[in-house]
Design a protein around this ligand. Structure first.
Ligand SMILES: *Cc1c(COP(=O)(O)O)cnc(C)c1O
Length: 257
C-alpha cells in the first residue's frame, strides 16, 4: 500500500487515516520493545546475572519493514526470521548494517542452505548432522565461517526436530570436525504451555545439558549461547540462563499470517 503512487484524485482523508494508524502502531511497538528490554534486565538482576549477558532477538516473521524500523529505533539490534523468502526483501529494505544483525531461527531445509549461509550472522536451528555438513560445505564455498546453534528436542517430542540430549555428544564430535562451522551453543523450543513455570524445568534441563557438555570438554565447540524463551516465557528463560531470547508477539502484536 505505502509503495503505491499518489492517485490523481484527491484522497487526502484516506492517506491521513493510514498515516495516523502507522504512527500509533510505531509508538506501541517502540513502547513494547522498551518494556521487553526492561523485563529482560529485571529478570537477569533477580538471579544475579549481568543484564547485558542477554540479547533480545526481535522475531519479525509476518512483520513488515515499516513496523520493524520503530523497533530498531527503540533499541532492537537483532532481527530473527524463520522464512528465507520473507527475510530477503526485508534485508534489502532495512539492510544488514552496523546497527542490526539478522538471525535465522526457523527450520532450515538443505536446499535453502546456500541462500542462508553468510546472510545471517547466526543460524539457531541446526537440527541434524546432515544439515551441519551442508552448512559447512556452503560456508566453505563462500569462504566464510558460519556461526550456528544446535537445536535440542528437550522433551522428546516426536512432532519436533532437534537433537535428543543423549545424541548430542556424538553429534558434537561430528560437528567439531567441520572447519567452516562455528558452534556457539544450544537452542530450544520447549513444549508450548500457557504457564511459564511449567516450561522452567525444560529451560533448566537445557542449561544443565550445556554445562555437562562443557564438563566433557568440547574442543573448538562453544557453549556460551543458550537461545531460549519466547513472548510468554522469556523472563523465566532469562532466570534459567538464556543468553538469546526470541520475542515476536510481545513486541509486534499477534500474527495474522
Ligand atoms: C515465532 C517464533 C518465536 C517468537 O514467538 P512469539 O511467541 O511470537 O514470541 C520464537 N522462536 C521461534 C523459533 C519462532 O518460530
Amino acid at each position: 500500500m505505502s509503495g503505491e503512487r499518489a492517485p490523481a484524485q484527491p484522497r487526502h482523508n484516506v492517506h491521513r487515516a493510514t498515516a495516523m494508524t502507522d504512527s500509533l502502531e510505531s509508538s506501541v511497538i517502540a513502547r513494547n520493545v522498551r518494556t521487553v528490554l526492561d523485563r529482560i534486565r529485571q529478570a537477569a538482576l533477580r538471579v544475579g546475572r549481568q543484564p547485558d549477558s542477554v540479547r533480545l532477538v526481535a522475531v519479525t516473521k509476518s512483520v513488515s519493514s515499516d513496523h520493524i524500523r520503530p523497533a530498531i529505533e527503540a533499541g532492537v539490534k537483532i532481527l530473527g526470521e524463520n522464512r528465507l523468502q520473507e527475510a530477503i526483501p526485508k534485508m534489502a529494505a532495512i539492510g544488514p548494517g552496523d546497527e542490526v544483525r539478522w538471525h535465522f531461527i526457523g527450520r532450515l531445509q538443505r536446499r535453502k542452505v546456500k541462500a542462508v549461509v553468510g546472510k545471517f550472522q547466526l543460524i539457531h536451528s541446526v537440527d541434524s548432522v546432515e544439515l551441519a555438513v551442508e552448512i559447512n560445505r556452503r560456508a566453505e564455498e563462500a569462504g566464510l565461517i558460519q556461526e550456528v546453534l544446535l537445536e535440542v528436542n528437550i522433551a522428546g517430542e516426536s512432532s519436533k526436530g532437534g537433537f535428543a540430549p543423549g545424541e548430542l555428544p556424538e553429534a558434537l564430535a561430528a560437528v567439531e570436525a567441520l572447519p567452516n562451522l562455528s558452534v556457539k551453543g544450544l537452542m530450544v523450543v520447549p513444549p508450548l504451555t500457557t504457564d511459564p513455570e511449567r516450561t522452567r524445568p525444560h529451560f533448566r534441563a537445557v542449561r544443565d545439558l550445556a554445562r555437562s557438555l562443557v564438563g566433557r570438554g568440547l574442543g573448538r565447540i562453544g557453549m556460551e549461547e543458550l537461545s531460549m524463551g519466547m513472548s510468554h516465557d522469556y523472563e523465566v528463560a532469562v532466570e534459567e540462563g538464556a543468553t538469546l531470547v526470541r520475542v515476536g508477539t510481545a513486541i509486534f502484536g499477534a500474527r495474522h499470517a
